[in-house]
Design a protein around this ligand. Structure first.
Ligand code: AP5
Ligand code: ZN
Length: 216
């Protein structure tokens, strides 16, 4: 299975990606997570990416595409993958298409998670991310047993720099300007499935898995 998960910031892509990827036994490839790992270990790529991420802007394609190509060339992605956060503009979608053409493969489906803006702001402003394992908790919707501590690994929770109100606004603008056209691009190619993504996490997962049955 080769699938793309798309949707505005805070739609729940990362949250759903882990369950959906596990269901199909494919690796989850999240460009946001890959960038945050580079930022955390202070690589030159991370230093460059952080400037854009903190401003809510897209990291330049030259940096992003190379990183994704390297990741998809790894052995575990040969059986399929779930992309979370890529492609994020039409140029990236075209590159992904070319990359798959070269290995004689194609995307099976693109899933769009649909949530209204009020819910997005609620989700992002309450998100707390684990420094160690990257899991996203929420102060109201999914709080850990002990405040500030990850239930999964005991890691420290922090608020992402790009989850400040002003940066959230910019990320939503960038989504509308650059990523919404990608959704239309895939719809025109009959690859798009739109899933309402409000409601409980497991209810959304069930909706996604049910909708994907016909693509399996
Ligand atoms: P990225 O990390 O991809 O950020 P994003 O797309 O803005 O998405 P988020 O991670 O904010 O949200 P999500 O949809 O994964 O929601 P989550 O599951 O965490 O990218 C960050 C930056 O990296 C970009 O701004 C850009 O600079 C750069 N970048 C990344 N990819 C790039 C690319 N391809 N090209 C260029 N630049 C790129 O959920 C949010 C919260 O809601 C959590 O607290 C969660 O617990 C809670 N929640 C989830 N689902 C539910 C539910 N059903 N009910 C209640 N709460 C829920
Ligand atoms: Zn953790």
């Amino acid at each position: 299975m080769r699938l793309v998960l798309v949707g505005p910031p805070g739609a729940g892509k990362g949250t759903q990606a882990q369950f959906v990827a596990a269901n199909y036994d494919v690796p989850k490839v999240s460009t946001g997570d890959l960038f945050r790992a580079h930022v955390g270990s202070g690589t030159p790529l991370g230093v460059e990416a952080k400037r854009y991420m903190d401003a809510g802007e897209l990291v330049p394609d030259a940096v992003t595409i190379g990183m994704v190509e390297d990741r998809l060339a790894q052995d575990d992605a040969a059986k399929g993958f779930l992309l979370d956060g890529f492609p994020r503009n039409v140029a990236q979608a075209e590159v992904l298409g070319g990359l798959l053409d070269r290995i004689g493969a194609a995307l099976d489906v693109v899933v769009e998670l649909v949530v209204d803006e009020e819910e997005i702001v609620r989700r992002l402003s309450g998100r707390r991310t684990c420094r160690q394992c990257g899991h996203a908790w929420h102060v109201d919707f999914d709080p850990p047993a002990v405040e500030g501590v990850c239930d999964r690994c005991g890691g420290e929770l922090f608020q992402r720099d790009d989850d400040k109100a002003e940066t959230i606004r910019r990320r939503l603008e960038v989504y509308a300007e650059q990523t919404a056209p990608v959704v239309d691009w895939y719809a025109a190619r009959d690859l798009l499935v739109r899933i309402p993504a409000s409601g409980a996490v497991d209810a959304v997962t069930a909706r996604v898995i049910t909708a994907l049955r016909e693509f399996d």
